[in-house]
Design a protein around this ligand. Structure first.
Ligand code: NAD
Length: 382
């Protein structure tokens, strides 16, 4: 029987958790021993007793808890110091940011710990139920609109009242992936007039089906890779994009940037000069502010005012709706672990011939498994 350990998140601004009582029940039913750190659900108002009622054991001492784990499940990755006290055979499952966390990954490999990166689960039909990038990005899209709305000194819908007619607010969304599409849908539901742009032309139909307009910009050949991720634009293409979207930005009350390039720094798409052409009081939400930003001048973890424009870069957007985000994340984890569950062994069995594990596992039994990360780290060595 394997012991699944769920820890309380300790980093600032992280209110999500990796387990809800319903998931504890499902794991126990599958034959696992579920052990949680006391207070795991406190940020989402779920007391320890609810987890106990679902069959989980509650432990107060974090190092004692970690030492017992066969699997450690969390939202944020645990650091080296804590993992030094775990069994060498432990498998840690969490977001891992493997492209940037390379020193930690080297340690995981050298120490024999296994780590599964939620970001690297393939975006295939089989994996939809375990796709936490999508579940969390979708909530992020919603939250970014809510945050922008809270800062904007205007309402979003058109209002015809005896006191006068209010025009609908104009929202421009850059990047129409999972987060962008949810931001578009949310802003539309709130009555805003919405325009969106993405370098992947295939999303134009999806944007239009949400009732928004798609800004047509001819930047030449763009496209996407076999996983559906956007290819990076050339410097010249970026300039065409920036010029073509400048008047749309200047005319918008809210701009939401969600443009990302998987495994690479996000592109800078809005210059300070463009920000200065927006109406004072307008709002920009930079989804990527914590990773370098789509907007020149945005500040990681902060809301700032630049040239009279409020730029929100607070980050960790799903944590603002931590209860729903935790429910979705915990369900994603449950789907993942139970996909590999062996009823006889009462444990998840990591079968390296499985295509999900070939990409999602970063380290296992002293080896680097994901080919992209393996190549990245061997480049590092040379
Ligand atoms: P992402 O977070 O990597 O990027 C967000 C968006 O930014 C993308 O739509 C991308 O095209 C866009 N972008 C990049 N550079 C840009 C630029 N210069 N200007 C404007 N936009 C730019 O994307 P994501 O939301 O994680 O989705 C990635 C892909 O995975 C998409 O094709 C999506 O449909 C696909 N997906 C598939 C599944 C599945 O099949 N299970 C699930 C989720 C997502």
């Amino acid at each position: 029987m394997s012991t699944l350990v769920f820890v309380k998140e300790v980093i600032n601004n992280e209110r999500r958790c990796a387990l809800l009582p319903a998931n504890a029940k499902a794991y126990v039913k599958a034959g696992a021993q579920v052990v949680i750190e006391s207070g795991i659900g406190s940020a989402v108002n779920i007391p320890d007793s609810d987890y106990q009622d679902a069959g989980a054991e509650v432990v107060v001492d974090r190092s004692e808890l970690l030492a017992r784990a066969d699997f450690i499940m969390s939202v944020q990755p645990l650091g080296r110091v804590e993992l030094e006290g775990t069994k060498q055979s432990v498998c840690c499952i969490s977001f891992l940011d493997p492209f940037n966390n390379t020193e930690h990954i080297k340690w995981l490999k050298d120490s024999g710990r296994s780590a599964l990166s939620i970001e690297m689960i393939p975006r295939s039909s089989r994996c939809q139920k375990m796709d936490a990038l999508s579940s969390q990005a979708s909530l992020a899209g919603y939250v970014m609109v809510a945050k922008a709305m809270a800062e904007l000194p205007r309402v979003l819908p058109m209002m015809m009242t005896p006191a006068g007619t209010l025009k609908p607010a104009k929202v421009f969304v850059i990047g129409a992936g999972v987060a962008g599409l949810q931001a578009i849908a949310t802003a539309k539901r709130l009555g805003a007039s919405v325009i969106a742009y993405d370098t992947r032309e295939v999303v134009a139909e999806q944007v239009k089906s949400l009732g928004a307009k798609f800004l047509a910009i001819d930047v030449g050949e763009t496209g996407q890779n076999e996983q559906g991720y956007a290819n990076a634009l050339t410097e010249e293409q970026m300039q065409i994009q920036q010029q073509a979207q400048a008047s749309c930005i200047a005319d918008s009350d809210i701009v939401i940037t969600t443009a990302q390039l998987f495994g690479r720094k996000p592109p800078v798409l809005i210059s300070l000069d463009t920000v200065s052409k927006m109406k004072p009081g307008s709002v920009i939400v930079d989804m990527a502010a914590e990773n370098g930003g789509n907007v020149e001048g945005s500040a990681a973890g902060q809301t700032i005012i630049v040239e009279g424009v409020t730029i929100i870069g607070t980050g960790n957007w799903p944590s603002a709706v931590a209860l729903d985000a935790s429910q979705m994340y915990a369900n994603n984890l449950q789907a993942l672990l139970l996909e590999f569950w062996d009823t006889e062994q009462q444990s998840a069995v990591l079968d390296l011939s499985d295509d999900i594990l070939q990409t999602a596992l970063i380290t296992h039994q002293g080896e680097l498994i994901n080919p992209t990360i393996k190549a990245l780290l061997s480049e590092d060595k040379n």
